[in-house]
Design a binder for this molecule. Structure first.
Ligand code: AMP
Ligand code: MG
Length: 341
């Protein structure tokens, strides 16, 4: 890989990591001094995660959560030859666990609801761009035209009674747009099972709040800024919700002055370029929120707002467009304070 590209990606990664750490500290760090609290971090799913829980059982809960993240990382990693996903992508017809079946089912529902803006069969295109590893490249139009013919979630056959999943030869899947959200829901379940009333789980900037802060007030979560013009877009006050953000700035490379990022439009195989630079979903359901953050980013501002209007009761959104305008949906207007206002 070109050194400039590597350096710019590394710089960005460091910045994002720093911002992520700051968010976690702002949200939780100082409270740890005055309450029984456990705070641990882990690098998994290609990102830095920090888990903070309060209460008698907090150490046990956080340790269980870390084991769970490690287990799910192994299950969904396309980079691991032994993962269930890699086995399916190579063997094409296998029996899979209930959990993977659940994600196939959820992915299909979001693909149908978003007219294919979310599509887990995007994987061969991700690889063509080099987003599977670190050797980024711009594929030719011919190459993309050939690959795009096989991107279609309707080609996946699965049976939730027998757990069998079948892919046509050319089709490969990637849960990169949904697995972290599922993981945050699972980790929140572990907290609740351990009777934790207060936890803030930061999975690489995707934040899941459990309950409220120990003093009963809401968690304050800083929503990541897509660029360096401000430290964060604003602060959201939440309890028992997840805040999941998609943005091209999270993984990208630059070639001849053009930036290519990792959220791909399944209609043409190109990085989505529909006027949005960041989409944040606020919801009770991490799995849906993650898939929707990717889908709405692909759809662009107008369609994203239309989609939200039809599903207002299920989630809220914060959109940032490429002219730096922020749209905040009605349900969270009163709990969101924009940076500098
Ligand atoms: P996120 O950060 O949640 O938006 O997820 C981005 C990741 O989702 C990428 O790194 C890919 O693994 C995958 N992905 C990219 N484009 C799509 C798409 N249109 N539908 C589903 N998954 C996608
Ligand atoms: Mg997503």
């Amino acid at each position: 890989m070109n050194d400039n590209i590597r350096n710019s990606t590394n710089r960005k990664k460091k910045l994002i990591t720093a911002v992520t750490i700051i968010i976690a500290i702002v949200a939780a760090g100082c409270l740890c001094n005055i309450n029984k609290c456990t705070q641990k971090s882990i690098f998994a799913m290609d990102t830095y995660m920090e888990l903070t829980a309060y209460g008698f059982n907090s150490e046990k809960a956080v340790d269980e959560a870390i084991d769970e993240i490690t287990r799910l990382d192994k299950m969904f990693s396309t980079g691991d030859a032994e993962s269930e996903i890699t086995k399916l992508n190579t063997q094409k017809n296998i029996k899979m666990s209930d959990e993977v079946l659940y994600l196939f089912d959820e992915s299909k529902a979001i693909s149908e609801a978003t007219n294919g803006a979310f599509d887990i069969t995007i994987y061969p295109i991700m690889r063509a761009w080099g987003f599977g590893g670190d050797e980024f490249r711009v594929p030719s139009t011919d190459e993309l035209d050939k690959l795009i013919k096989n991107v279609d979630y309707r080609k996946i056959k699965f049976d939730i009674r027998t757990n069998e999943v079948e892919l046509p030869n050319e089709v490969e899947v990637d849960f990169g747009g949904i697995a972290k959200g599922y993981t945050s829901s699972r980790v929140a379940d572990i907290m609740r099972k351990n009777n934790i009333k207060s936890a803030i789980l930061n999975l690489g900037g995707n934040v899941q709040a459990v309950g409220t802060k120990p003093d009963g007030s809401k968690w304050k979560v800083a929503v990541k800024s897509p660029d360096d013009s401000k430290p964060y877009i604003g602060v959201l006050q939440i309890s028992d919700k997840c805040v999941i953000t998609s943005g091209g700035y999270e993984r990208f490379f630059e070639q001849e002055g053009i930036v290519y990022h990792h959220i791909i439009n399944p209609k043409n195989g190109m990085p989505a370029n529909n006027g949005l630079v960041s989409v944040t979903i606020v919801s009770d359901d991490g799995t849906k929120a993650d898939a929707l953050s990717t889908a709405l980013f692909v759809m662009g501002k107008e369609k994203a707002i239309d989609y939200w209007k039809q599903h207002k009761t299920e989630f809220d959104i914060i959109l940032v467009d490429d002219e730096n305008n922020t749209f905040v949906s009605d349900g969270i207007k009163d709990s969101f304070t924009e940076y500098g206002k």
